[in-house]
Write a protein that binds this ligand. Structure first.
Ligand SMILES: Nc1ncnc2c1ncn2[C@@H]1O[C@H](COP(=O)(O)OP(=O)(O)O)[C@@H](O)[C@H]1O
Ligand SMILES: [Mg+2]
Length: 695
């Protein structure tokens, strides 16, 4: 992990801090005491681990409500660089946030502690290890050597990321256990398979199958022949059946034709008789009808009679009137005489007038009586002539009546005869063509009948072989069925044998696979056994430390050799216990002039140099050995209590190891020392606000 950029807002003495370290390799942070140099490292450590010189709340710039710090790192895994951005913020009301973004992708976890753990994984170490190794906080040069020997060892384990081997060890053990379980299962399975396979002999099964197949082929051929024969017989039978059916149909048809012939013969007889009858009726003679006599001769006689009757009745009434009048005459005569005028009556009096009138009426009456008397004499003659007339009228009327009745009788007879003749003619007109049709039809039906009868005769000639054929069919069908059954039995035997063979082959194959798997499992198990040993604390981790420690020791001694005084150190990881076993520790022994001197017995300056040498050696070895670890070396006031000579030596040492780190940052207020570095970050303070400017 190489630091690329640090940015902060309202953090300690900074209102705003932005340091871009891209392309910077060696940097000296310069500035006066208390101006904010160490505050930059505080910002970085607070951002990564929420650690700082004081409690988190104290990190917020005085008078401000919140702070936030962002650091940007380059992390290389498998040779691929990625950019890791970490941002932490905090408000005075205790609200915190922590975010991780890798190459633009948010990796922040659901809870801050989880994100925190993730950051430690990315860094490859926690705050303690980091501050004992590549990051030296001001005044904390002896972070490693001040710790107890066992804790030192733990710091080493963390710095070299040795604890991950423990995880590998557990995983290998888990896998080994899985393999053992699987191997046991497989072995059991194999034993079972083998017992099932028993003395299975593939060759004899194959021979058996060959025989069965040959048998099946023979049976197949026989079946085919039998089936073919049965089929042929059946088709023959089908033809015969067809014929029988046809003959039956023909019989029905012949029956129908016979019936038709009978009907037609009856029709024929009926028509011939009808025509005979009609022919004789059609020859009937129609009598002539005498004319109807007319009333012409009777009418004048009747007129004459009527006139005569009128005259007679007039005459008769006149005669009766004459009788009445004649009876009145005596009365009238007496009246006329009675009314004769008296002497002395004046003329014109009433008696005179009445007498005159009565005389006149009497005269008139006498005239009329005379006239009537003359007429009454004609009456007998008239009555005689009427009698004659009456007789002649009766004779005439009788003659007319008789003539008329004769006329009607003959007319009726003629009409009846005519009707009979007409209907006979109509019948003939209809019946004659009918007769022709019937006769024609009779001929046709007869012909048809003959034809069908002949055909039926031909068809029925074959029928003799039907029963024979049926029994033959039954025979050949039974033969085919039997053959099919034989074939089925053989087929089943083949299937069973093949099934057995397939199952056995499958079992064999499974057995082979299992054996191969067991062999592979054994191999895997052996590999894992090796890995378990390798990943154990006494394995690779110890090996790493055992190879790393001499390297650290050599490097530290190399640094020490550059520094004043003739010191060297010796590192041991195992300390013997009272019980004769060993315990994991990191013991540092200081040697001066070939003699051992305890670290605690050294002077402050001497201790400082040993600390410095150990830290540089450790950080350099880690940076060169562990991928994706912190290869940024940040030393805050590394000169400590050193004199000028010591300071020079530190500068030389840093120059010598500088290639082993991505970035080296030193914080110092010693101008000569600072001048030895390629880049400078000038930190100043104005009105309590720090500014950092890259020069
Ligand atoms: N909460 C705060 N707000 C503002 N300034 C602070 C706060 N806490 C500490 N300071 C000041 O910030 C400065 C930090 O200086 P520091 O980085 O330690 O100095 P140096 O440059 O010597 O390393 C000091 O002047 C300190 O008094
Ligand atoms: Mg400082």
């Amino acid at each position: 992990m190489r630091l690329l950029e640090v940015e902060a807002t309202d953090f300690l003495s900074y209102r705003h801090l932005l340091v871009d370290l891209t392309g910077v390799h060696q940097l000296a942070v310069v500035g006066k005491n208390g101006h904010g140099k160490s505050a930059i490292l505080d910002a970085i450590l607070w951002c990564l681990f929420a650690k700082g010189r004081g409690p988190t709340d104290e990190m917020i710039r005085e008078g401000c409500q919140s702070t936030y710090v962002r650091t940007l790192w380059e992390r290389t895994v498998d040779g691929q660089p990625t950019q890791v951005s970490i941002t932490r913020s905090r408000t005075s009301s205790d609200e915190s946030s922590l975010a991780v973004v890798i190459d633009g992708e948010v990796k922040t976890k659901s809870k801050i502690p989880l994100t925190q753990a993730y950051i430690e994984v990315l860094m490859g170490m926690g705050p303690k290890a980091m501050m004992a190794g590549p990051i030296m906080v001001q005044g904390d040069s002896a972070a490693l050597l001040d710790a107890l020997p066992a804790a030192r060892k733990d710091l080493l384990v963390e710095l070299f990321q040795l604890d991950r081997w423990e995880g590998y060890h557990e995983e290998a053990k888990r896998q080994r256990k899985g393999i053992s379980v699987r191997q046991d299962l497989r072995s059991n399975e194999l034993v079972q398979l083998e017992s099932e396979l028993g003395d299975y002999d593939e060759l004899s099964v194959l021979r058996e199958l060959q025989t069965l197949h040959a048998q099946l082929a023979d049976q197949g051929r026989a079946l085919e022949a039998a089936t073919e024969e049965a089929m042929e017989l059946r088709s023959k039978a089908a033809i015969l059946q067809e014929r029988a059916k046809r003959a039956q149909a023909l019989s029905a048809e012949i029956e129908a034709l016979l019936e038709q012939m009978g009907e037609l013969a009856a029709d024929n007889t009926r028509l011939v008789q009808g025509i005979d009858r009609a022919t004789s009726v059609s020859k009937f003679q129609i009598p002539d009808i005498p004319p109807e006599p007319s009333d012409a001769a009777v009418i004048p006689i009747r007129v004459e009679m009527t006139a005569l009757d009128a005259s007679l009745s007039e005459l008769r009434s006149a005669v009766s009137t004459f009788g009445i009048i004649r009876q009145q005459i005596p009365a009238l005569a007496s009246r006329a005489s009675a009314s004769s005028p008296c002497v002395g009556d004046p003329p014109g009096c009433q008696y005179v007038i009445a007498a005159a009138a009565a005389a006149k009426d009497l005269a008139e009456l006498r005239d009329r009586c005379d006239a009537l008397e003359a007429k009454a004499d004609e009456l007998p003659a008239l009555e005689a002539s009427r009698l004659i007339l009456e007789k002649s009228l009766a004779a005439e009327e009788r003659r007319v009546k008789e003539g008329r009745s004769e006329h009607y009788r003959v007319a009726t007879e003629a009409a009846s005869l005519t009707a009979q003749r007409d209907s006979a003619l109509a019948y003939l007109a209809e019946a004659e063509p009918q007769l022709k049709t019937v006769q024609k039809r009779m001929k046709a039906v007869e012909l048809d009948h003959r034809k069908r009868t002949k055909e039926r005769l031909q068809l029925t000639q074959d029928e003799w072989s039907m029963a024979d054929l049926a029994s033959k069919i039954t025979e050949s069908t039974a033969a085919a069925k039997l053959m099919q059954e034989h074939k089925d039995v053989t087929q089943r035997a083949i299937s069973a044998t093949e099934h057995h063979q397939a199952r056995m082959s499958k079992l064999k194959q499974q057995g082979d696979t299992l054996a191969a798997e067991i062999a592979a499992g054994d191999g895997e198990g052996a590999t894992l056994d090796i890995l378990i040993k390798a990943f154990h604390r006494d394995g690779i981790p110890t090996l790493i430390l055992e190879t790393a420690l001499p390297e650290i020791e050599a490097r530290a001694n190399d640094v020490l050799s550059r520094l004043p005084d003739d010191y060297s150190i010796r590192l041991d990881t195992k300390a013997a216990t009272k019980t004769g076993t060993f315990k994991d520790e990191l013991n540092v022994t200081v040697l001066t002039g070939g003699r051992e001197r305890p670290y605690r017995m050294l002077s402050g300056g001497q201790r400082f140099r040993v600390d410095f040498a150990m830290r540089i050696a450790l950080a350099a070895v880690i940076a060169s050995r562990v991928e994706a670890t912190v290869d940024t070396l940040w030393l805050d006031e590394p000169l400590g209590p050193l004199d000028r000579e010591g300071q020079e030596a530190v500068a030389d040492t840093l120059a010598a190891v500088s290639d082993e780190f991505g970035l080296i940052v030193v914080v110092s207020h010693v101008a000569d020392f600072n001048d030895r570095f390629e880049s400078k970050l000038a930190v100043t303070m104005e009105d309590g606000e720090s500014y950092a400017v890259l020069a």
